[in-house]
Design a protein around this ligand. Sequence first.
Ligand code: BDR
Ligand code: CA
Length: 345
Amino acid sequence: MKRSFLPALLLLLCTAISALAAPKKIIIDTDPGTDDALAILLALNSPEVQVQAITVVPGNVTAEMGLQNALKLATLANRCDIPVAGGAQHPLAQKLITAEFWHGKNGLADIELPTRCHADPRFGPDLIIELVHEYPHQITLVPVGPLTNIALAVSKDPSIVPLVKEVILMGGSISGGNVNAAAEANIYNDPEAAQIVFNAGFASLTMVGLDVGNKTLFTDRQVQQLQAAPGPMSNFVAQVGRYLLDLSRRFGETGTPMYDPLAMGVTLDRTLVTTQPMHVDVETRGEFTRGETVANRANMVERNVLHGDRYIIEGVDKVAPNTQVCVDVQAQRFLDLLVGRIRGK
Ligand code: BDR
Ligand code: CA
């Protein structure tokens, strides 16, 4: 009896192990963008993930320029087989704010790259919906730009929410912004979309925000490591790094934060970060705080009950966390991973 059970058990074990080792199917939603470019190249050089699609959202650059840049990056990586689709043309409820100031006139540190890949004709949010249905419970969404495309997909077909395996996004902060005192750029560029995404009810949503991104400083050391192993991709990443470093120095910094690459790093290896469950809402109305990710660290709110002409606190109510907020990162280990995957490519 025991003997006949053993082969079946072994088979089950092998299936489980190979399932564990199988690459994650991911969709990168991006506004490329210098650090977006590095995140995309990191993914395309990592066996832990299989990129099912790259969908483009306006943010760092316009929708059209972002699409061209994504195609250039797919060309650089020799991956014209990956669908690259355009999406929204503007944020849900405000004008687009582009960031050539930070990313260069062409969004890619003014480095010219050739394009051989062609755009997929599907609308980005529709492609997301299609892939989630094709691979239920298997898709990890990695948004590293404003959340417009993801919000459009969820609003058009809410049935995808429970079918998405996880969302790992770059955006937000629990300690001040980079656009202004309160808001981080990806969230500030489409607060309404972000509020939809944070509260959609995804089984797992991880926020890789400024708090941890600011600790992952790419410096001269990483540029030199890449220059020591020349190749088309490592040369490009070294050039982007140099461009960003020069920019950082103008603002008195000695390194440049790897925001989007870190979100990809967390997708590859979750142990790079420490997270805490929190309920996160996005401020959409504040005079000084529009676009702030308001995180409830204690996951509790006071219960204030009106008695005559005043409120009396009668207790506290629990609030369910909707986000795993990254609060710490093993920065050196992440930078080594990033450079290691790009070197020699
Ligand atoms: C985010 O904003 C963009 O400029 C970067 O690409 C990153 O996604 C950082 O705030
Ligand atoms: Ca980005």
